[in-house]
Design a binder for this molecule. Structure first.
Ligand SMILES: [Ca+2]
Ligand SMILES: [Ca+2]
Length: 237
């Protein structure tokens, strides 16, 4: 069985010193791992330790050798009996552009890129209620409606026997580079507050698929405010 640690699915990678590594898990032992980009072998790491890197060590993946855009990575580990196990995923390579532009170029056609009413930050390409910028922030597909499990969800979180309005959302682990995720709360739709005085980040729980679930709650107990609102804002980088 092959387990890839870095990158994670959908990650935006760039530079001449990127990470691509993982492990082979086997009851006897592993002998090597082979690294493929779009089905083409680019590197083999041979050792019996079960831990494998492209180029044989940390920070040796030169992503500039591959064009910008979406690419399929596959790491195949081989055990001592010659049996193999693979892990495959899509990542986005973005060199010479910001991560957001790299994502945009990977997700939209050249014609769509010319039209900001389709590919711009504020556009909602498939009318699912999430702007392209929010799709980028949440790691969702700008051309497919958001799957229910990816939707940000409101709920009441109990803390010290009090209930607080809370927002739970899924995003790529650690969020997109350079992007701010701001949860705002307020007593009406015209007054929004954020920051440690108004909200508390109660948990960040990583998922195996490279995403994480972030939960942020209001600091105002639900009982002390007749109506409360909460929302996620992501300013353009
Ligand atoms: Ca959308
Ligand atoms: Ca979508």
């Amino acid at each position: 069985m092959a387990i890839q640690t870095k990158p994670v699915p959908g990650e935006i990678v760039f530079g001449t010193n990127a990470e691509w590594f993982g492990d082979g898990v086997d009851d006897v032992g592993c002998t090597k791992a082979s690294f493929f980009i779009n089905g083409v072998l680019v590197s083999t790491d041979t050792n019996s330790g079960g831990h494998y890197h492209i180029g044989g060590g940390h920070l040796l993946w030169n992503t500039t050798l591959t064009a910008n855009g979406s690419h399929t990575l596959r790491m195949t580990v081989t055990d001592t009996a010659g049996q193999t196990g693979s892990v495959e995923m899509e990542v986005i390579i973005a060199n010479g552009v910001t991560p957001l532009e790299g994502w945009r170029q990977a997700k939209f056609t050249p014609a769509e890129l010319m039209d900001i009413s389709l590919s711009g930050n504020k556009a909602d390409f498939e009318s699912d209620g999430f702007s392209n910028l929010m799709e980028y922030a949440l790691g969702t597909d700008p051309k497919k409606r958001v799957a229910p499990e990816f939707l940000p969800a409101l709920f009441y979180e109990t803390f010290n026997s009090q209930q607080y309005l809370a927002l739970r959302y899924r995003r790529p682990q650690n969020g997109r580079p350079g992007l701010n995720y701001i949860v705002q709360v307020g007593p009406n739709l015209g007054t929004w507050n954020s920051g440690p005085g108004f909200t508390t980040e109660s948990s960040i729980i990583p998922n195996a698929d490279g995403t994480e679930i972030v939960t942020v709650r209001s600091n105002t107990p639900a009982t002390s405010q007749p109506t409360s609102y909460i929302r996620l804002q992501v300013p353009p980088p």
